[in-house]
Design a protein around this ligand. Structure first.
Ligand SMILES: [Zn+2]
Length: 58
């Protein structure tokens, strides 16, 4: 089980990675995420779920 601080840090890192990719990827901004973008979205969504889950059930 990850410590909450680690989870939050990974959640933020995933968000930053996705935001940075989207900034530079027209495909991700205007259409469906490209394969690389989709991986980043999935990772971000998974960490967000885990983080929010932890917030609800500390
Ligand atoms: Zn992309």
């Amino acid at each position: 089980m990850a410590r909450p601080d680690d989870l939050y840090a990974r959640y933020m890192a995933a968000h930053t990675a996705w935001a940075a990719h989207r900034t530079n990827c027209t495909n991700c901004r205007t259409r469906r995420p490209c394969p690389a973008g989709a991986q980043l979205v999935e990772r971000f969504a998974r960490l967000q779920d885990a983080y929010l889950q932890h917030q609800r059930n500390p």
